[in-house]
Ligand binder design. Sequence first.
Ligand code: CAA
Length: 383
Amino acid sequence: MMDFQASDDELRIQTLARDYARSTLAERADAHNRGAFPTESVRDLAGLGLMGIKSPVALGGLGGTNVAYCMAIREIAQVCASTAVTMAVTNMVGDMIMKFGDEAQQARWLPPLLSGAFTAGSFALSEPGAGSDAASLSAKAVLSEDGSHYVLDGTKMWITSGDVAGVVLVMAKTQPDWGAKGISAFLVDPKAAGFEVGRHEQKMGLKGSSTVSLRFEGLKVPVEDRLGPEGIGFKVAMTALDGGRCGIGAQALGIAQSALDAVLAELPARKGADRALQTGQATSFRVADMATRMEAAWLMVQRACALHDAGVRMSREAAMAKVFATETAGFVTRTCMTLASASALQHDSRVGRAYRDARVARIYEGTSEVQRIVIARELVRGL
Ligand code: CAA
């Protein structure tokens, strides 16, 4: 029989995130919605182990599952999506250091990343000319003649936490003519000479998360900071995104839940208008449809996570979960805008914030179109 019950440990991690979100983050969420980066909150999350949910306890993580990770992300996103994405990308970078790093790299980078000493981790794949077609990136890393370091040059764009991170996982070409196989991954120290932070993007949503461009000019990266062998950078990125896409699905559902909760709280006050306009059933059917789609999406996210935890390849399930959960969040927040009407236009409206925050979930960590490409390809390949 399939087990739909989370384990005690997963519930403990969910409760940790939920209690923090409701007791402390909730008071700060409005400030983050106005653009304040959640410095204090991400440090608090690190103190609770939530910046490395799947990382070993000995290194500052919680040793949890992917299921627990998504449960926690959903709880945080329900209160502050900007904090959730900062947390998600940091977890993703830590997971890749755990998976592809050697012992020395894990010992050097994970404790400060997970303890909050680094504030955040950052993942630098996209470029001005390479978004969805990630393998066409053009940042390059050239090995020095004495083999001691690489010289990194290039520009990255839309980089979450790129200006506050203590470590940036950068994908760059070590063999420019080899396509995806010519990409390598590097753990870059932002304090290194040649690391420049460019424009801070002013976004329609997730205003508290920081999104910047980065420029590398003759930046020296010691060879020991290459993550894994040369040529596996694309695999590192795609592996990170398989797990990350489940997290974005969970984030989107947390955002959707916040909008639905706000509408449900207002329902008693709507009764008069619903009676006068005879829209009672239209409202209740909409509420039922939203909750049903969210339930289906959550099951998909959890199934992809459970496969991941079992060590089964789950690129297709992760892509399906992401596209369905994020498009569901679009449907839910749009519907809630309709139900909340003019009040949702106010800047501090919970529904209005959710509507703005939800949109990017259909874009980052692979657009809905990219997810459909992944799903179709895997089906054609019989995977
Ligand atoms: N796991 C491991 N390896 C994988 C993989 C996976 N999930 N997917 C592909 N690979 C491997 C393939 O097996 C192949 O290796 P071999 O040749 O040895 O078999 C290699 O990688 C190349 O694969 P493809 O031929 O499928 O590569 P492609 O260039 O056709 O990829 C794509 C197409 C799927 C659309 C990919 O480019 C993609 O996912 N694009 C979207 C990028 C993206 O999601 N960006 C998000 C930016 S990060 C972000 O948003 C974070 C944030 O700030 C919130």
